[in-house]
Design a protein around this ligand. Structure first.
Ligand code: NAD
Ligand code: FES
Length: 281
């Protein structure tokens, strides 16, 4: 059993939990994810790791309630437990393997959208821990849905917050901030890392391709086993079939077939898709 040490509501329908999982906390790296299961009947829910504390032996997850399983998860409180937590799964972000001195010469732009701010946080924190200043954009629909702003501000070199409705800081989507930074403020970036809803990652990639900024995205398609066996998380990258759980979750965003990925995501949201999913379990 994996005990919940802390559980809180971050914003409307968005929850944060610290979960006791010493083995995962010891081994995990930015970019990786875990799969949690509440009990025997529970669906397996893949969640990117938002933070980890190696001394305390805990990992932090952030999730939004989007259906029956996440709603069941949301009522759990400190002291309750998950039956199973599997991980760390997937591959760490590529930069963790790069030479630190080489990384220090590069200028990184992180783009976080909505709940996707959670997986961006450990990457930015890793950069700060290694003495690398990065620029970060957080986009949310409105002020009430903005998460992790203070935590991110502590780790980022420059933080730019934007809301779709203009209820806080800038008004507009993340792509407008990228354009402003590069085209109006003359900023130059060697690499962009964008994590958020699929539609955001698609439009960020269309823009960064134009601006010639190599871009990494983190994909979170539907997953079942998380081990490359079931095929649920199949996507196409550069014309090749890949499985997000074992080949990713991070990919070259300029090569991802977002149209197909979004269609598959919609299919799994339908009744038919859920039936397909059940059959493959
Ligand atoms: P959202 O709809 O509130 O969007 C967040 C931000 O993305 C917006 O504020 C905007 O700045 C930007 N954006 C959205 N559409 C855009 C467009 N067409 N062009 C340019 N920018 C655009 O996000 P949300 O409701 O928090 O998103 C939830 C989704 O995020 C879920 O589908 C979930 O699966 C996904 N998610 C992905 C990851 C990941 O690892 N990729 C992690 C957590 C959540
Ligand atoms: Fe990736 Fe099953 S979840 S192959």
């Amino acid at each position: 059993m994996y005990r919940i040490l802390n559980a809180k509501l971050l914003a409307d329908k968005i929850y944060l939990m610290d979960v006791e999982a010493p083995r995962i906390a010891k081994a995990c790296q930015p970019g990786e994810f875990i799969i949690v299961k509440m009990d025997d009947k529970g669906e397996r829910i893949p969640l990117t790791i938002c933070d980890y504390n190696r001394e305390k032996g805990s990992v932090t997850i952030v999730f939004q309630t989007v259906g029956a399983s996440t709603e069941r998860m949301a009522v759990l409180k400190a002291g309750d437990s998950f039956e199973d937590v599997v991980g760390p799964l997937g591959n760490p972000s590529e930069f963790v393997h790069e030479d630190i001195e080489e990384l220090k010469k590069k200028k990184f732009l992180f783009v976080a959208g909505g709940v996707g701010t959670a997986p961006v946080y450990p990457q930015v924190k890793w950069m700060r821990e290694h003495g690398i200043d990065v620029d970060v954009i957080i986009g949310s629909k409105s002020k009430s849905l903005l998460i992790l702003e203070d935590a991110m501000r502590e780790q980022a070199g420059n933080l730019y917050v934007t809301t779709d409705d203009g209820s806080y800081e800038r008004k507009g989507m993340v792509t407008e901030v990228i354009k402003d930074l590069v085209q109006n403020q003359g900023k130059k970036y060697d690499e962009c890392i964008a994590i958020g809803p699929m539609i955001m990652m698609k439009f960020v990639c269309l823009l960064t391709r134009e601006l010639e900024i190599p871009t990494i995205v983190s994909l979170n398609p539907v997953m079942v086993d998380g081990t490359g066996m079931c095929g649920a998380c199949r996507i196409t990258v550069g014309g090749e079939v890949k499985f997000a759980c074992v080949d990713g979750p991070e990919f070259d965003g300029h090569l991802v077939n977002f149209e197909e990925a979004m269609k598959r995501q919609m299919m799994y949201k339908s009744e038919e898709g859920r039936a397909v999913l059940k059959e493959s379990e």
